[in-house]
Design a protein around this ligand. Structure first.
Ligand code: GLC
Ligand code: GLC
Length: 810
């Protein structure tokens, strides 16, 4: 069952009912100011850090769900309604929500009145615009009131939810222009140099800034007493919960239309210019921001800029094929999700509260992969931030806070896959940009400038960290966990609530990861290539020898007969083996070892992927392990805590499915790769939205697996490495256009269902138009470049500004 449809022309998803199977959200903003907005206009906004600089309040895990947002209430006669349906939930005559790239438009109609609100963050500004267009579509004049409403968060989102003894007494506001602008200035007097405001470009009939007055102490957002009474109380918040609500009285003649513009802004002022006069905040910067956005015309122009911004970004990679679902995922939604994930890491979604986690070392490096072609300069900056949280021995803080860029001590380090992801991120960036100079950047260890070394040296330390931490079988030690955060082989936790990731109850130097070994063989050569290109042949040779040794160790000690083992545990026993009772086979090593090419010539790779098909594949994707764990295994940790079929215990963890897609292309099996691609790709799941539940335009982290109570049900949409990896799989390996050190590699491995397609790829300033005739066979591609046949499948990088025509036949 569907709840909407794609509008590819406008790059929008159009939701036709407010009652989606879960709130279907969108993100506003892409640089500093961010907002989350659901199809019922729920959500919140923040400046840079979702925990420390939260502007508006949101209630997670509330009943009903999706509680708190930017609400507009209409009162016409005795009828009170929201154009977003909720929170009042008065039946609407018509409803539509359009989620576009960086903006959302929610329209509700009732009794001949249409109210359409456009939400977006203008490019380069630190505010949200809420532009409300009112239209009288009836035959008689209409007089009604429109009330706005946002609830302020007292900046630190965690403290805001817990420290009530203080917070109920700190709230302060200033009110200007009879309520036209409401300033939120809690804690400004003391240590904050920032405030927020909510402004409307119209005279107001009244306002409220105190939540209790506006709603009524025992009322929810669905029954604001002020709105039902039809009169603002002009309340002034003192402590408790400051809010901002304005009431505008409107009369519209038949057919008349009017747009009111609200701006929800964030302002920072220099420390010595905080005050206009004693106790009165400096409003100059706020007024300047408002002046740029105080009319419909200015807002339309800003929306135009936002659309142009996205249109330009998306010219980096696009495909035109015979499959519209493929095209819309590749051209629009998958890339959009990559941008959002790059910005948010795993901080703020409707499944991540914005207070729990900072930027992940492994997560952010992988998020780069699908983002780097959009804005390479930002990827560069991110790499340097990430690398600065590495330690001198090559290990790394697992997470860091975006506002301070400091490593997170509470989580610490010891995730032994982390270091290698840095090499992968750096390689992806250089291949995209050609900027080898980044390797010379001096980057601190542990943010200590006195301990700075070149980025290339950081990569070396990453590589050597694996070599310096080998176990008894000559395979990498796993540490606290590798990519699978829930495989905690040194944890042995028997204490409720103890963190599986940060507790190490036994100091072990036995537990080894075949997954990290696969990574090492796949990613190590990228570091060798970098060394070679810097003229360090000896180092490149050393690296290649180590990689060869590891490859041999995987085949000797990491092979179980029909698939790759997952690990050796604390006691040196096999994990992910036919000898195990549960968890006999795991997806991760099959994916990464075959991506590394291990066993491609000996048949191990084919066998491993056939085993994936046989034991892990199901209707909704490839599950993580099989059989699922049904008991807690003390020596395995969190993985065995989840009920069977969920999350890391045999859920379809969508992040690692593309590793199998890529692996299938490595051994030349396009149909399998395609089947796996389609299975988890949201646009192909639109018809089962009632089961799938999360947005049909973005990937979710997890879909319940075959052992679950409800197979096919997804959770945790938006912020997941799934976005990047699926983009890498489809764009670089199936459609087959991949940036390499010296050129674009063109090697399609695409289903015969798509017999021809054209990819337009921008790289290093040049544009490549690549027309593919596809037999569906996985043969070597035959290429002509600007009419000339070439040998091999590398299209050398052309000068910036040039247009290169490539014809490819497979
Ligand atoms: C989550 C984490 C990621 C981890 C994955 C598997 O997505 O963000 O770091 O690799 O779970 O455990
Ligand atoms: C939990 C989640 C996993 C995540 C980890 C770290 O273990 O299951 O997906 O990566 O927490 O926060």
């Amino acid at each position: 069952m569907r709840f909407g449809h794609f509008d590819d022309e406008n790059k929008e998803y159009v939701i036709q009912t407010p009652k989606t199977p879960y709130p279907w959200i969108n993100y506003l903003g892409s640089e500093e100011f961010f907002g989350l907005v659901s199809n019922q206009s729920g959500g919140y906004c923040f400046y840079r850090d979702a925990k420390l600089r939260r502007l508006t309040r949101y209630r997670y895990n509330n009943v009903p769900c999706d509680d708190g947002g930017r609400y507009f209430y209409v009162k016409e006669g005795d009828t009170v309604w929201n154009p977003s349906w909720g929170p009042v939930k008065t039946d609407l005559d018509e409803y539509e929500c359009r989620h576009g790239l960086g903006y959302s438009r929610i329209t509700g109609k009732k009794n001949g009145l249409s109210v359409s609100t456009l939400f977006f963050v203008p490019v380069g500004k630190t505010c949200e615009v809420h532009s409300v267009t009112l239209k009288n579509e009836s035959k008689s004049a209409k007089t009604f009131q429109l009330y706005s409403f946002v609830e302020w968060c007292l900046w630190n989102a965690e403290d805001d939810m817990t420290n009530f003894q203080r917070n109920f007494s700190t709230g302060e506001v200033e009110i200007l222009g009879g309520g036209q602008t409401i300033y939120h200035k809690t804690e400004f007097k003391e240590r904050r140099n920032h405030y927020a405001f909510y402004h409307v470009n119209s005279k107001v009939a009244g306002y409220d800034t105190d939540r209790e007055t506006f709603l009524g102490l025992y009322n929810g957002f669905h029954e604001p007493q002020v709105v039902f009474a039809g009169e603002s109380r002009n309340s002034k918040a003192a402590g408790w919960s400051p809010v901002a609500s304005q009431c505008v009285a409107v009369t519209l003649q038949p057919g008349e239309e009017k747009t009111l513009v609200w701006v929800l802004g964030y302002i920072e002022v220099p420390k010595d210019q905080k005050w206009e006069s004693k106790g009165v905040i400096n409003k100059k910067p706020a007024e300047a921001m408002i002046a740029l956005l105080d009319s419909k015309e200015k807002v339309d122009a800003e929306l135009g800029k936002l659309k142009a911004y996205w249109n330009a970004l998306l010219t980096g990679y696009s495909v035109k094929s015979t499959d519209e679902r493929l095209d819309r995922m590749v051209n629009i939604w998958n890339q959009y999700q990559c941008m959002v994930t790059f910005n948010m890491s795993r901080s703020a979604s409707f499944f991540e509260s914005g207070i729990g986690r900072g930027m992940g070392f492994r997560d952010s490096n992988q998020d780069l992969l699908g983002f780097v072609h959009l804005i390479p300069e930002r990827a560069r900056e991110r790499i340097l931030d990430i690398a600065a949280t590495q330690f001198e021995d090559g290990s790394a803080y697992h997470q860091y806070q975006p506002l301070t860029k400091r490593g997170n001590n509470a989580v610490g380090s010891g995730f032994n896959d982390d270091p290698l992801w840095l090499i992968l991120g750096v390689a992806a960036y250089i291949k995209e940009s050609g900027d080898f100079a980044i390797l010379d950047e001096q980057v601190p260890f542990d943010n200590d400038e006195s301990k700075s070394k070149s980025l290339l040296e950081h990569c070396k330390r990453s590589f050597d960290h694996v070599i310096n931490n080998m176990g008894p079988n000559g395979l990498p030690l796993i540490g606290r966990a590798d990519w699978n955060d829930c495989l905690n082989l040194n944890c042995f936790s028997e204490t409720p609530g103890e963190s599986f990731q940060t507790t190490e109850n036994r100091e072990g130097r036995t537990a080894e990861s075949i997954f990290i070994a696969g990574m090492f063989v796949s990613i190590g050569p990228m570091y060798a290539d970098m060394c070679e290109r810097r003229g360090d042949k000896a180092e490149a040779e050393r690296v290649r020898a180590e990689v060869a040794k590891m490859e041999k160790a995987v085949l000797d000690k990491g092979w179980d007969g029909e698939w790759f083992l997952r690990a050796y545990d604390f006691f040196g026993k096999k994990v992910g083996s036919k000898d195990n009772k549960e968890g006999k086979i795991f997806i991760e090593p099959q994916g990464y070892c075959v991506m590394a090419g291990i066993g491609a010539k000996t048949g191990h790779a084919q066998k491993a992927l056939d085993s994936v098909k046989e034991y892990l594949d199901c209707d909704y994707g490839i599950v993580l392990n099989n059989p699922a764990f049904t008991e807690y295994v003390l020596e395995y940790g969190e993985i065995s805590t989840y009920p069977a079929g969920y999350k890391e215990n045999a859920g379809i963890f969508c992040h690692n499915n593309p590793w199998i897609m890529i692996a299938e292309t490595v051994i030349g099996r396009p149909e399998r790769a395609w089947e796996y691609y389609r299975k988890i790709c949201p646009a192909y799941l639109e018809d089962i939205s009632d089961l799938h539940r999360t947005e049909p335009y973005v990937y979710a982290q997890m879909i319940a697996g075959k052992d679950a109570v409800k197979p096919g049900e997804a959770k945790n949409s938006w912020l997941t490495g799934t976005g990047s990896w699926n983009f890498v799989a489809i764009s670089q390996y199936l459609l087959g256009v991949r940036p390499e050190w010296d050129g674009l590699l063109v090697q399609p491995c695409m289903t015969k269902e798509v017999p021809e397609y054209t990819v337009v790829r921008r790289a290093r300033g040049a544009t490549y138009t690549i027309s593919v005739k596809n037999s569906g066979k996985a043969g070597p591609a035959r290429l002509t470049v600007d009419g000339k046949a070439v040998t091999g499948n590398l299209v050398p990088y052309a000068a910036a500004g040039s247009n290169v025509k490539v014809v490819c036949e497979v």
